[in-house]
Structure formats: structure tokens, C-alpha cells
Ligand binder design. Structure first.
Ligand code: HEC
Length: 163
């Protein structure tokens, strides 16, 4: 009896692992190294439904993985601090180029707009053209779905509020 319930348990575990991992593959060719995706399968799914469209339909976990491309230069937590790029906590609703203690390029210092999801979408689609002369050495995210996912992730992490 004991052995069979153990087997049943193991089978369930294998099944759950397979399911948990299933969503991670496909779609994004860049993160499809099989060996790399060893993160625990049971990441709680975050509810983004309160965000405005199209971000309410985004996939948090995909956005979180997408943010790895930004994480070498940016932190998102309140006390994450500046790295190569400025800390992004509280960025939505804030004037561009005003994060405390960060030495911005003239391009960002002189720019004058408030960060909204739409502005961020344009910035990430083509950082170089959006604000010529900026110092963010990042090629951009050409795929709109990638941008929607990473922006929704950022909205959730950095304290976005609609008002
Ligand atoms: C190689 C490092 C690097 C990477 C990778 C990178 N950034 Fe940046 N980012 C910077 C730097 C440096 C600046 C400041 C640019 C300047 O002053 O011209 C910046 C500025 C920004 C700003 C403006 C912040 C403000 O205070 O106005 C946002 C938003 C931003 N990055 C988001 C992202 C996102 C999202 C990603 C990933 C999709 C990303 N960045 C990838 C280095 C990087």
C-alpha cells in the first residue's frame, strides 16, 4: 500500500512539474534553453486584471523573465538602488530622468514628459530613436507582446497606480 501511494505521489509530482514547465517553453525563442529554466515550477500567478488594457491580459511570469534583460542595469524594488541604469521603483507618473542620485545623459535630463505605459512602450520599442543621445545601451524589444508583458510586470512591481 505504502509503495503504491508513493508511486502515485511521484507520478503527481512529475505531472505537476511537466505542467508547470509547459508554459515556459515556446513563444519566446530566446529563453528556450532547456537547461536554464530551472526556477521552481510553482510560482504563484499574479493577477494583473486591475491594470488597464492591454496590460490586464499580459503574462506576469513571462514579463518577469523578460525583465532579466533589464535586470543587469535596473532594479525595481524601493531600495534597490541605481546600477548602470536608474532604479525604476515609482517610475510611472514620474518625470523622465529624475531618479535621485542617478547621473543621466543630457538627452534624458532635458526630456520633459511623464512616464506612462505608452511612453515606456515607445522607449522600449526603440530606445535609440525615442530619445536620441541617451546612454541606455539596449537594443530594444521589437516584439509588441514582449513589451506588453515586461511593462505589465513593471507596473505591478514598481507601484503603478492609475490616478
Ligand atoms: C546595459 C544597461 C541597460 C539595460 C540592459 C537596460 N537599461 Fe534602461 N537605462 C539604462 C541607462 C544607462 C539609462 C539612463 C539613460 C540615460 O541617462 O541616457 C536607462 C534608462 C531607463 C529608463 C528611464 C528611467 C528614468 O528615470 O527616466 C527606463 C524606464 C528604462 N531604462 C527601462 C529599461 C527596461 C524596461 C529595460 C529592459 C527591457 C532596460 N531599461 C534595459 C541602462 C540599461
Amino acid at each position: 500500500m505504502k509503495l503504491s501511494s508513493l508511486i502515485a505521489l511521484a507520478a503527481t509530482a512529475v505531472f505537476l512539474t511537466a505542467c508547470g514547465g509547459g508554459g515556459d517553453t515556446g513563444e519566446d525563442g530566446v529563453i528556450s534553453h532547456n537547461g536554464e529554466d530551472t526556477s521552481p515550477p510553482a510560482i504563484p500567478t499574479v493577477d494583473l486584471s486591475a491594470l488597464p488594457a492591454p496590460y490586464n491580459a499580459a503574462d506576469y511570469d513571462t514579463g518577469r523573465r523578460m525583465f532579466r534583460r533589464c535586470a543587469s542595469c535596473h532594479t525595481v524594488t524601493p531600495d534597490g538602488g541605481n546600477r548602470v541604469g536608474p532604479n525604476l521603483y515609482g517610475m510611472f507618473g514620474q518625470v523622465v530622468g529624475t531618479q535621485d542620485g542617478f547621473d543621466y545623459s543630457t538627452a534624458l535630463e532635458e526630456a520633459d514628459f511623464i512616464w506612462t505605459p505608452e511612453q515606456l512602450d515607445a522607449w522600449l520599442a526603440n530606445p535609440r530613436e525615442f530619445l536620441p543621445g541617451n546612454r541606455m545601451s539596449f537594443v530594444g524589444l521589437r516584439d509588441e507582446e514582449d513589451r506588453v508583458n515586461v511593462i505589465a510586470y513593471l507596473m505591478h512591481e514598481t507601484g503603478y497606480s492609475a490616478d
